[in-house]
Write a protein that binds this ligand. Sequence first.
Ligand SMILES: [Zn+2]
Length: 271
Amino acid sequence: MLKVLQNLLELQGVDVRLSQVRARLAQFPKKLAEVDARVSAARAALDQSKAAQVTAIKDRKKYELDVEQWKERVRKYKDQTAQIKTNEAYKALLHEIQLAEQEISRAEDRLLEEMVANEEYDRQVKAAEAALKATDEVARRERAGIEAEKAAQEKDLAALTAERARVVAEIPEDTLDHYERIARKHDGKALAEVVGEKCSACGMVVRPHVFQQMQHAGPPAGEAGSEEMFHCETCTRILYYIEPEEPPMPPRTAGGSAPESAAQPPSAAEN
Ligand SMILES: [Zn+2]
């Protein structure tokens, strides 16, 4: 295999790993936001329970006051009975007292209901507080895990960036431009292995004379440029061919199932 192809293949390997690391790094803000959203939801649930509790306490006080007011009215009516002169007026007052006592009973029922509801709201607030505490603890652990993972990915990114610089230094500038132009069109993969005399990326059959030349391409005397490389006529990817180590091998099936970046020792392809 041409030395320049070996370098490009190495570069493609680095670039594939770089894009994987970048994709993983891009996930971290979303992951952190998801953790924060869970904590926010738990806090909102607690706020809601507390608001309901406050309303219930107000209602309870109001009903307590209702009971007191009706009781006060009954007391007043009873005080008035001593001053009543006529039987008629007495009957009317007794009727008023009866009505007021019914109101007391109704107000007491409402108050009792509200006290039961109050207890339920108290329970809900406690449950929401416990849920928030638990969510907070889980979130703290999750954030720490995400941050550690992110730091590891950033370390990988730095290492791969340095490795890329080292690999790129071996490749002529115009060849690199050529590679990058093709890579941009094909999801970062500019090279395709020829397997079973076909481009393994798109399945196009390589012309026999091209394939023959590829098989006999030895390391060039000088610096090899892009003009010495073969391209797939259909997808334009740069083609490379790895000589099988043992010549009498059954032909590989033309399914193109071999991965594009199947790494093989470069020595296997050198003449
Ligand atoms: Zn192709």
